[in-house]
Design a binder for this molecule. Structure first.
Ligand code: AVJ
Length: 321
């Protein structure tokens, strides 16, 4: 089968570009500077995330994979076969691919903001699975879920693994889940989520500040990515990676901290940072098992099923409209 063409959903159009610059400038010039974690994912960032998933400290990926392996048949029975598998933040597509044999999807729709990386992933995947029609979408699904007409409506299954939902605040997560719910026309499919659970902070902090410094590189790479998008002059050497667990907010926060007083410039703007001043780059919310069913119910889903590892570090959930 020919290599599937990537649908580049507008990322390069002029208005999208202007909007993205405006969003970045808003965050960078805010009194407490911030950027969206979606800016981690250029080609290098996607590769660094892939490396994170292989780190001994980063338990989510392998714990989730173990849950899928252990409960494959039950999960497949809950989800049903012949689905249109819509993989949100597909990256290297490895998680979905590991389920292909059990789920036998009728159509595979991987979606990722890192369009070029996705294109490379899908090219290899289509060769391994020539019989599954694949429709890769290079788009930012955090703002809109406008799926092209080629995406089958029947038996849609939104696959959102890896605790990516944790990047949203609670209210944003609810809005996002409601949007998924609205895009599901029938009861057959649903959502299949992977969610990271609350656990001792030492485990969490090691997972987001690993000994090899891969997560630090992943965080710092956002600055290089922004330099390209905005024409800014960030120097990654001026910044330090910071990650800590906030028990009250139930989330790991990542920041970049200025190592000295400095000025960052871009066409049409600039920002002074004092030594020690931070840019907030990510929240990674952790869930309590009992709040997951509530969240899904509030978003309009029913029939929630959940599978965990023996330590109860991670949860895989399926819910139907
Ligand atoms: C892809 C958002 C699930 O929050 O654990 C990994 C990203 N950040 N290490 C996460 C991430 C730092 C990851 N998610």
């Amino acid at each position: 089968m020919a290599q599937p063409a990537l649908i580049p959903a507008d990322l390069d159009s002029l208005s999208e570009d202007r909007q993205r610059r405006a969003e970045l400038v808003t965050g960078l010039t805010a009194p407490a500077a911030f950027i969206s974690p979606k800016y981690f994912y250029d080609v290098l960032g996607s590769k660094l995330f892939e490396a994170i998933c292989a780190l001994p400290e980063y338990y989510p990926t392998r714990t989730e994979a173990a849950i899928f392996a252990e409960h494959r048949d039950e999960i497949a029975a809950a989800v049903g076969q012949d689905a249109c598998l819509i993989d949100l933040g597909a990256g290297n597509c490895a998680k979905a691919a590991s389920l292909f044999a059990a789920l036998r999807p009728r159509q595979y729709v991987p979606v990722d903001i890192s369009a070029q990386f996705l294109q490379q992933s899908v090219a290899g995947l289509q060769r391994r699975f020539p019989d599954i029609p694949m429709l890769p979408l290079g788009m930012d699904f955090s703002s809109t879920l406008a799926l092209p007409a080629q995406v089958q409506r029947e038996r849609r299954l939104f696959f959102y693994p890896g605790s990516s939902l944790g990047n949203f605040d609670r209210d944003e997560a609810l809005v996002f889940l409601r949007r998924l719910r609205a895009a599901l026309p029938d009861a057959a499919g649903g959502v299949l989520l992977g969610l990271d659970l609350v656990k001792p902070s030492a485990v969490l902090e090691a997972a987001y500040d690993d000994a090899l410094g891969v997560t630090a590189a992943f965080n710092l790479n956002a600055l290089n990515h922004i330099n390209g998008l905005l024409g800014a002059d960030f120097n990654a050497r001026d910044w330090r990676h910071l990650a800590f667990y906030d028990e009250a907010q139930q989330r790991v926060e990542m920041h970049l901290e200025a190592r000295r007083d400095l000025i960052v410039r871009w066409p049409g703007g600039r920002r002074t940072f004092r030594q020690g001043e931070r840019i907030h780059t990510e929240n990674s919310h952790k869930f309590r098992a009992d709040e997951i069913a509530d969240l899904l119910a509030q978003a309009g889903f029913g029939d929630c099923q959940m599978w965990c590892d023996p330590q109860r570090w991670f949860a895989v959930c399926h819910a139907r409209p």
